[in-house]
Design a protein around this ligand. Structure first.
Ligand SMILES: Nc1nc2c(ncn2[C@@H]2O[C@H](COP(=O)(O)OP(=O)(O)OP(=O)(O)O)[C@@H](O)[C@H]2O)c(=O)[nH]1
Ligand SMILES: [Mg+2]
Length: 194
């Protein structure tokens, strides 16, 4: 089957609420701590290594990057937050933009929260979950880098996460091993029809 994400293209980056594009079509936000593996996942999703920049230095992405999967369906790569030194000032900058975005965005269907399977549910992830819950937006936990842990640890972590939060789905992926992307694609496509 053809990969429906294959033709995903980068549109632009936005740093200020007033620069957000008009609220057309549906949008899914990709969020997660810096280094969680969001950009790698986006590239694997589209099967295009050049799509999103994969930062070697954590926290290098500094904008909300808009990607178009197809007409009327966008993915937004939210730069990593909560990382070490630059975290606090970045978080301060993020707050208003994100709040503004959540408050007024009709097209926002869901938020994916990418978490390194070895370090899930950090305070900043819980903040994002709270934000989703306060605006009644579905969120999906995506546990990344599953190649780094055993099957046993994976299963335990999924159990632990499912007990702690009300995620619509809990998925596990490995961009390195290309595992979990069929399911992730299915879940994302599902949001088109809600
Ligand atoms: N082993 C392993 N490493 C991964 C995987 N996915 C990403 N990485 C590595 O993790 C690091 C961070 O990946 P990125 O995709 O840039 O992370 P990000 O969440 O986009 O980070 P920011 O843009 O800073 O928010 C890179 O060195 C990747 O090569 C994976 O599935 N397995
Ligand atoms: Mg990134």
């Amino acid at each position: 089957m053809k990969n429906p994400f294959k033709n995903t293209t980068f549109l632009f980056g936005v740093t200020k609420a007033e620069k957000l594009p008009s609220d057309n079509g549906i949008e899914v936000l990709l969020s997660g701590r810096s280094n969680a593996g969001k950009s790698s996942a986006l590239n694997s999703l589209a099967d295009n290594k050049k799509l999103a920049r994969i930062s070697k230095t954590p926290g290098r992405t500094t904008e909300i990057n808009f990607f178009e999967v197809e007409d009327g369906f966008k993915l937004l790569d939210l730069p990593g937050y909560g990382f070490a030194k630059s975290g606090r000032s970045r978080r301060k900058n993020w707050g208003p933009l994100l709040e503004e975005y959540f408050k007024n965005r009709q097209g926002l269907k869901a938020v994916l929260i990418f978490m390194d399977i070895r370090h899930p549910l950090k305070p900043i992830d819980l903040e994002m979950i709270k934000l989703c819950e306060s605006f009644d937006i579905d969120y999906v936990a995506v546990l990344t880098k599953s190649d780094k842990v055993s099957k046993n640890i994976s299963a335990k972590t999924i159990q632990q996460v499912s007990e702690a939060i009300n995620a619509k789905e809990i998925l596990i992926i490995s961009s390195l091993k290309k595992i979990g992307f069929e399911k992730l694609r299915k879940v994302l496509i599902g949001f088109k029809y809600e």
